[in-house]
Design a protein around this ligand. Structure first.
Ligand SMILES: Nc1ncnc2c1ncn2[C@@H]1O[C@H](COP(=O)(O)OP(=O)(O)OP(=O)(O)O)[C@@H](O)[C@H]1O
Ligand code: SF4
Ligand SMILES: [Mg+2]
Length: 366
C-alpha cells in the first residue's frame, strides 16, 4: 500500500510531508510549479502528490489549464529546457524516480534519465519531431544518445520499433519525413521514438486528442499493449475520463493545479466523491446517447491560477457550495481526505452527503 493511502484513517487529511526515499517507483510529493509573470504568480501546480508503480497506469484528468502538462514537463525536468522553458518556473517539492530525487539532482543526470528512463509522448507529434530530418534519423539519434552503437545497428532498432508500433513497410517508411506520415502514423512514430530506449516511465500527454475516433482507439490499444510488453509505468493525461477509465489503474482528477480526487479507476469512475468529478462525468461523450445528450460542460470557467478562489477553488462553480457543512467556513480550503482505502477526495461535504447526492441525484442522470 502506498505512503499516502497509509497515512490517516478514513476522513483524516492526508499528509504530504517529506518522509525520506519512498518505496514507490515514482513518487511526487507536494509538487509546486509557479511561474512569476507581470500579472502575478501563476500557480500552475500547487501541492500535488501521487505515486506510481512499475507496470501501472495513472490517468490524470482535468479541464484545459488545470496543470496537467506543467506537471508532466516538471517530472521530465523540462521546465528549464528549450521551447518549454518559456517562463522561469519556481519548482518545489520532491520528485522521486526509482529512488533518486530529481529536483535536487544534477541537471546532467536528469538529462541522462530523460529518454532512457523516462520518455514523453506529446499531443502534437509535429512539435516534437524535427521537420527536416527523416523519422528514422530521429529515432536513430534518440537511440544513439543513450547507447554506444553504430548507425546500422541503431537503424535496425528504428525499423524494428516502427514495425512494432504498426507502421506498414517500416524498412521503407523509416526514410520518410514526418510530413509524409498521416497524423495517426506520426503519433505511432513518436511512440516508437519514446520507446526506443525501453523507458521505465512513459508520459503520454493527450496522445490522441488530435486524431479521429478510430485512430484514437488504435493508439490507446497500442499504448496498453506496449505497456504490458515493456512493463513501464505510464501516465496518461487527458480531458476525457472515459479514456482513462478503461486504461488506467488509478485516476487523479486535477482542478486549478491541485488534486481534488484520486483513487482506483473503478472507484473514481463508478463511485466518484467530488462534485467536479461528477461534472466531468456529465460532460463525457456517450456513444449510447444521441448527439443532443452529449457533452454538458461543467458550468462556469476554470479558476484563475493567479487569484485562486479562497477556500475550495471549485466553489464558484459548485452546485453544492451552499450545502451546510458542520462548522466549516467557505474560506477554508478542503484537504484531501481518505474516503476509502486508496480513494481520496478534497471536499467539505460529509461522505454520507456526497454518497447520497451521487446515488440519488447524479448517477441516475448519467
Ligand atoms: N511558462 C509559463 N508561464 C506562465 N504560465 C504558464 C507557463 N506554462 C504554463 N502556464 C500556465 O499554467 C496553467 C496550466 O497549464 P497546463 O499547460 O499545465 O494546462 P493543461 O492542464 O495541460 O491544459 P490543456 O488540457 O489545455 O493542455 C495554464 O494557465 C498556463 O497558461
Ligand atoms: S468543498 Fe464545497 S464548493 Fe468545494 S466541491 Fe465540496 S461542496 Fe463544492
Ligand atoms: Mg496540456
Amino acid at each position: 500500500m502506498s505512503d499516502l493511502t497509509r497515512s490517516g484513517a478514513v476522513g483524516e487529511p492526508v499528509s504530504t510531508g517529506s518522509a525520506g526515499a519512498p518505496s514507490a517507483f515514482l513518487e511526487v510529493r507536494d509538487l509546486r510549479i509557479h511561474f512569476p509573470t507581470e500579472d502575478g504568480i501563476v500557480k500552475s501546480v500547487d501541492g500535488l502528490s501521487f505515486q506510481l508503480e512499475r507496470g501501472k497506469t495513472l490517468g490524470i484528468v482535468g479541464e484545459s489549464g488545470s496543470g496537467k502538462s506543467v506537471t508532466s514537463l516538471g517530472i521530465m525536468g523540462l521546465h528549464t529546457v528549450g521551447q518549454y522553458g518559456r517562463g522561469k518556473a519556481r519548482i518545489s517539492g520532491e520528485l522521486w524516480l526509482d529512488g533518486k530525487e530529481l529536483l535536487t539532482a544534477d541537471p546532467d543526470e536528469v538529462r541522462r534519465l530523460r529518454g532512457r528512463e523516462m520518455a514523453m509522448i506529446f499531443q502534437d507529434p509535429l512539435s516534437a519531431m524535427h521537420p527536416y530530418y527523416t523519422v528514422g534519423h530521429q529515432i536513430v539519434e534518440a537511440y544513439r544518445v543513450h547507447n554506444d552503437v553504430d548507425k546500422k545497428t541503431a537503424r535496425k532498432r528504428a525499423v524494428e520499433l516502427l514495425d512494432r508500433v504498426g507502421i506498414p513497410q517500416p524498412d521503407k517508411r523509416v526514410d520518410d519525413y514526418p510530413h509524409q506520415f498521416s497524423g495517426g502514423m506520426r503519433q505511432r512514430a513518436m511512440i516508437a521514438m519514446a520507446l526506443v530506449n525501453n523507458p521505465e516511465l512513459l508520459i503520454a500527454d493527450e496522445p490522441t486528442t488530435a486524431l479521429d475516433v478510430t485512430v484514437q482507439a488504435q493508439i490507446l490499444d497500442l499504448i496498453r499493449d506496449l505497456q504490458k510488453e515493456f512493463g513501464s509505468a505510464v501516465i496518461i493525461i487527458t480531458h476525457d475520463l472515459g479514456v482513462v477509465a478503461e486504461l488506467a489503474d488509478d485516476i487523479l482528477v486535477m482542478y486549478g493545479g491541485r488534486c481534488v480526487e484520486r483513487g482506483p479507476a473503478e472507484k473514481v469512475f463508478y463511485e466518484p466523491q467530488h462534485p467536479y468529478t461528477w461534472g466531468l462525468l456529465g460532460s463525457m461523450p456517450r456513444i449510447d446517447r444521441d448527439q443532443t445528450d452529449r457533452l454538458i460542460p461543467v458550468k462556469g470557467s476554470p479558476p484563475s491560477l493567479i487569484n485562486v478562489p479562497s477556500g475550495c477553488a471549485f466553489n464558484p462553480r459548485c452546485p453544492y457550495a451552499d450545502v451546510p457543512k458542520d462548522g466549516i467556513t467557505r474560506t477554508e480550503r478542503p484537504e484531501l481526505r481518505q474516503v476509502a482505502e486508496g480513494h481520496l477526495s478534497a471536499c467539505h461535504m460529509s461522505q454520507e452527503e456526497r454518497t447520497r447526492i451521487w446515488t440519488e441525484e447524479i448517477a441516475p442522470k448519467l
